[in-house]
Design a protein around this ligand. Structure first.
Ligand SMILES: [Zn+2]
Length: 362
């Protein structure tokens, strides 16, 4: 959080306002994690775009969680950050309201909810990884944005596909078990005594009192983020990929809730494009793609190595049906085509065109 201070120092210099140090901002985002509207008094407006309120429901960037966005009256809030214990709202344009006036704040709930799903999801994946891989797993870092999230865990080798899958399954089991997420402010010594030093998953935390996020019987962490009240609110968790990023750290990227739904829809959209392109049913795409790839290889070999191939050998056969889900189908086709899922439609298009060219040269 060091960058934040410098940001405002620069602005203080430009500002003519002799501002007293504003009091600590009262935070509303802990009381109710899905609070959307609130009233507050404007204490300072610095450089026509940095607004300090007496209280706020806007979560400021921190603990690897991206900030809330939304509106103060009709002014767009494009960034929220903390300087000491003062929360600063950055506006897109000069507001119509003035200092000492009351304003209505409105937090973008869709974004807030997604960030919450990703943050509680991070704690869940941490717990799931510890259960599946071993007690040596700790969080080495995390980042939660609206589109996706990631958690870096302490582990000395890359995860196998099977381990990845098991972690995802365990994470979804925790979600489906509808476990209460308790949030308590506790004196440090009490928290350490009760839960051990494992609570410091996000690194050292200053202060006498710690905010403890307790997914009952599953995971206890000291954390300042916004969290669901129950694991069921996180929705489906999908691991996108895992990568070994150093000798002792593995990064797991994932999506949860709405973002996971979007991810599934993305695969369904690719599959439906493929089915149109190949002119077969969705459950025939895998078989048709495999056939297309084999015929393309055969045609290419025939032209390159001047091998004898009959036109009928390049004719696509009637595809078989399968029972794979949309995502698996797309991933399997991508593996055959040796490309990324988002490129399989274009690749299939190219194969079809090239097979026609091979045919004309035979
Ligand atoms: Zn956290």
């Amino acid at each position: 959080m060091h960058g934040e201070k410098d940001e405002l120092k620069e602005d203080d210099k430009k500002s003519n306002i002799q501002m007293k140090r504003p009091p600590a901002t009262e935070v509303l985002y802990y009381d109710d994690p899905i609070i959307t509207s609130f009233k507050a008094k404007v204490l300072n407006i610095i450089n026509d775009k940095y607004v300090i309120l007496d209280k706020t429901a806007f979560y400021p960037r921190g603990g690897g969680q991206e900030p809330d966005l939304g509106l103060l009256e009709d002014s767009e809030v494009i960034n929220v950050f903390k300087q000491g214990d003062v929360i600063i709202h950055e506006l897109k344009e000069t507001p119509k309201f003035h200092e000492l006036e009351d304003v209505a704040g409105k937090v973008n709930l869709i974004r807030r909810n997604q960030l919450m799903q990703h943050h509680t999801g991070t704690h869940i994946i941490n717990a799931a990884a510890r259960k599946v891989i071993g007690k040596h797993i700790n969080q080495a870092g995390a980042f939660k944005a609206e589109e996706k999230a990631r958690i870096d865990i302490t582990h000395y080798e890359a995860l196998t596909k099977e381990q990845e899958q098991k972690i995802e399954e365990e994470a979804n089991r925790i979600v489906e078990s509808s476990i209460k997420v308790k949030k308590d402010l506790m004196p440090r010594n009490v928290a350490e005594k009760e839960y051990g030093m494992g609570i410091y998953q996000g690194g050292a935390v200053p202060g006498k009192n710690l905010r403890i996020i307790n997914i009952i019987g599953t995971d206890v962490e000291c954390c300042g983020g916004t969290h669901a009240n129950n694991t069921s609110e996180v929705g489906k968790i999908k691991i996108l990929r895992s990568t070994k990023i150093s000798d002792s750290i593995v990064r797991i990227e994932f999506v949860a809730g709405e973002a996971a739904k979007k991810e599934e829809e993305r695969y369904s959209a690719i599959l439906s494009q493929m089915s149109k392109m190949l002119n077969v049913a969705s459950n025939e795409v895998f078989s048709a793609s495999k056939d297309l790839f084999e015929k393309w290889k055969l045609g290419r070999k025939a032209i390159k190595k001047k091998q004898k191939v009959f036109l009928k050998d390049l004719k696509l056969k009637i595809p078989d049906k399968d029972e794979f889900n949309d995502e698996d189908t797309v991933k399997k086709v991508a593996a055959i085509f040796k490309t990324q899922p988002e490129h399989i439609v274009k690749t299939a298009e190219r194969f079809i065109k090239e097979i026609e060219e091979y045919k004309s040269k035979l």
